[in-house]
Design a protein around this ligand. Structure first.
Ligand code: ADP
Ligand code: ZN
Length: 700
């Protein structure tokens, strides 16, 4: 009896042996369904049986999805690579590749082979009918700089692994340029760079018939940027809807999408980070837009950075990859400098519109009444902008009304019962609510202070967007003020309405958080005021400066998108800080240079490697004990430094106590084998959870 090893989307590093029923031919990569305990589970044949369990005890494969092309060798190699890199069980990585429960929709296993084939063709037909084919917008005539970049990228298509970084200011046509590359790949024109762009058919299916070289493209976007605006633009350009992959898909939709991806029927897939792991039938190009975005780092389950893993996938599968940003990450900047990546530069905004004028408001010189946050200078600029019938955007990266509520009499502060953090006041004191921004615990605001029992003594401290909106509404009573935060945007409809109203001009002042910094285009927006430009610089994160620059640069990029130069005022108490100076002078390279030197001196990324161990549990004493056990077994290594254990800055989260170790090594020394060896010597009790974060981006 033949046996095969089947890898299952379960927390095991190894596969399990199963019997192959008579008359069934199975090879590596084949999709199968197998019994597992009481469950029936989808898995992938990983190789020949290992023979570690007697044949008599093995169960047979329940179903072979013979109509599906097997998972390719390089996709399986990529899964193996990610598992090794992130020190995760291979089964957990497979789970990210096969995020469906039991089957692919719809079931067709009972059909004999020939009929199954016919069925697939019918389904393809159905899918084809569903494709909303529209007249394709003629691609715009590209500028010289844009054409140069498209040609550079076109020349790398179908030529194996390469990393191209499209580095260009907001509005310079980066999207336009990578759309050109997508068009070539999905129409199989990869090597025909010289041919004019003339999309002839809107159908992804029929271009597959006509062009043998047609391949799939994957575009990764930060979750937040997966907007209707992007999809509409895509539809207009290519004439069909891209397959949008995100965490909110229904199980049925997810199965259907997965099938389209692994048969190759879906030519263009756009998704947030999780789309990277799907088993594409014939990937030809990966694009990572906004490559510098922090949200590419997955902080749950398998901890990975999707941009880095995307480069790894491109390398394993020998594909070109394009990273896109107006403010590339320092990791990418360094890879460019060292010649591992190639730069494609778009230096100017399309149509010659100037970058906004950025000025610093020195808050040390401003005299503000207590409980107000808008400086005289910003007020004057708002008044001027409103009287010119132009729009204003105020930015503060803090949801809610105030970050802290305290008792004026006894000093009591409201803290989350589950986390070591203060409760944030949402709404005003009388009809407000206290919310924990870490675990979402919510409490009503009490009438009296729970500590001293006095009434009318609670005061809100510090600003959130709601409070700033209240302040400007009082300052400019005739202006139409709206807010845009992830609270008001819980429903996508509200978000799109706000974007629409802002675009049409029925809002005068939009007050918002990070949410509104992303890629929106508001033609009449002239002035942007940043209430607390220093906010991101607090707390000694190694990327604080880099990130603050990226975020504020992006916020600033919303101003003056058409014709007239926009204006940006940054309120800061640190007007001499290199980040503030770089923002005012549009001097990204100067800041990069400073940061690179500082990171190199400290052997920090991109010049050194970091890994974090996060140990948590419901009892602090158990966590401390586990840390002590780990400390005793720290292996000796000349090039690796282990810091800690130390209580995490957020020591309690959702009721669990958290401690951390931080490991650091020079670039040439990988940390994974070291961590693997260390952890294998320290068994931990079940109540203790230990997570390994390779290349950590958060340190709280
Ligand atoms: P980015 O991705 O760099 O922000 P986009 O590709 O979104 O830039 O381009 C910004 C705007 O300029 C879009 O509305 C786009 O359609 C337009 N645009 C870019 N290049 C051209 C061009 N060559 N001709 C006409 N419009 C263009
Ligand atoms: Zn909490």
């Amino acid at each position: 009896m033949k046996t095969v090893e089947v890898l299952l989307p379960k927390p095991f590093d190894h596969g399990f042996d199963y019997l192959v029923p008579d008359g069934v031919e199975l090879g590596a990569g084949d999709y199968v369904r197998v019994p597992f305990g009481k469950q029936s589970v989808l898995g992938v044949v990983w190789g020949a049986g290992k023979g570690d369990v007697p044949i008599a005890k093995l169960k047979p494969i329940a179903e072979h999805f013979s109509h599906l092309p097997p998972m390719g060798d390089t996709t399986r190699q990529f899964i193996e690579w990610v598992a090794r890199y992130t020190l995760s069980p291979r089964g957990m990585v497979l789970k990210m590749s096969l995020p469906v429960e039991e089957s692919f929709a719809p079931k067709k296993e009972k059909l004999p082979k020939s009929k199954a084939g016919k069925k697939v063709v019918e389904e393809l037909g159905e899918a084809f009918e569903k494709v909303d084919v529209q007249p394709i917008a003629k691609p715009p005539a590209l500028s010289d700089a844009q054409r140069e970049v498209t040609e550079t990228i076109a020349a790398r298509l179908d030529k194996g692994f390469s990393v191209t970084v499209i580095d260009g200011v907001t509005g310079s046509g980066k999207t336009e340029v990578y759309f050109d590359a997508i068009a070539r790949v999905i129409e199989g024109r990869g090597q025909q760079a010289e041919r004019a762009i003339s999309p002839r058919s809107g159908s992804p299916c029929d271009s597959q018939e006509a062009n043998h070289g047609a391949k799939q493209t994957l575009v990764l976007l930060p979750e937040i940027a997966l907007s209707t605006q992007w999809v509409e633009r895509c539809k207009a350009r290519f004439g069909f809807e891209p397959l949008v992959w995100h965490s909110g898909l229904t199980p049925a939709k997810r199965r259907e999408s997965l099938r389209a991806i692994l048969t190759g029927e879906a030519k263009l897939v756009v998704g947030a980070r999780s789309a990277l792991f799907l088993p594409y039938a014939n990937l030809g190009l990966i694009v990572v837009d906004e490559e510098h975005e922090q949200s590419y780092k997955q902080e749950d389950g398998v901890l990975y950075h999707a941009r880095d893993m995307a480069v790894a996938r491109a390398h394993v599968q020998n594909l070109p990859i394009v990273l896109v940003s107006a403010t590339p990450s320092l990791e990418t900047v360094n890879n460019l400098r060292e010649g591992r990546y190639e730069k494609a530069h778009l230096p100017e905004r399309h149509g010659g519109v100037h970058l906004p004028q950025v000025s610093l408001v020195d808050m040390r010189q401003e005299k503000l009444d207590s409980g107000t946050w808008v400086s005289q200078r910003l007020r004057a600029a708002i008044a001027e902008t409103l009287s010119a019938k132009r729009q204003v955007m105020l930015f503060l990266n803090r949801r809610g009304y105030a970050p802290l509520l305290l008792c004026r009499t006894c000093g009591h502060r409201f803290a989350c019962p589950e986390c070591s953090s203060w409760m944030v006041l949402h709404g005003n004191k009388t009809k407000g609510q206290l919310r924990c921004h870490h675990c979402d615990h919510r409490d009503a605001v009490p009438k009296a202070c729970p500590a001293c029992l006095k009434e009318e003594t609670l005061v809100a401290c510090g600003p959130g967007v709601e409070r700033v909106a209240e302040e400007v509404a009082a300052l400019f009573p005739t202006a139409r003020v709206e807010m845009m935060t992830s609270d008001t945007m819980d429903s996508l409809k509200v978000a799109e309405m706000t974007v629409q109203e802002m675009t049409e001009g029925s809002i005068d002042i939009l007050v918002g958080t990070q949410m509104m910094a992303k890629g929106y285009h508001f033609p009449n927006l002239h002035l942007i005021g940043v209430i607390d430009a220093d906010l991101g610089l607090q707390g000694g994160d190694l990327r604080a400066g880099e990130r603050t620059y990226q975020l504020l640069h992006q916020v600033a990029g919303r101003a003056g998108r058409e014709q007239e130069q926009g204006q940006v005022l940054l309120q800061t108490y640190l007007p001499d800080h290199p980040v503030m100076l770089a923002l005012a002078a549009h001097d990204r390279e100067g800041l990069e240079q400073l940061e690179l030197v500082a990171r190199e001196d400290a052997v920090l990324p991109p010049f050194g490697r970091l890994a974090a161990l996060i140990i948590d549990g419901p009892q602090e004493s158990d966590v401390v004990h586990a840390c002590r056990q780990l400390s005793l077994k720290i292996p000796k290594h000349a090039d690796i430094r282990v810091l800690g254990p130390a209580p995490a800055p957020l020591t309690r989260l959702r009721g669990r106590y958290r401690y951390r170790f931080l490991l650091r090594s020079p670039k040439r020394v990988a940390l994974q084998p070291y961590v693997h060896e260390w952890l294998s010597q320290v068994p931990l009790p079940n109540a203790i959870r230990l997570r390994v974060d390779i290349d950590p981006y958060s340190f709280f």
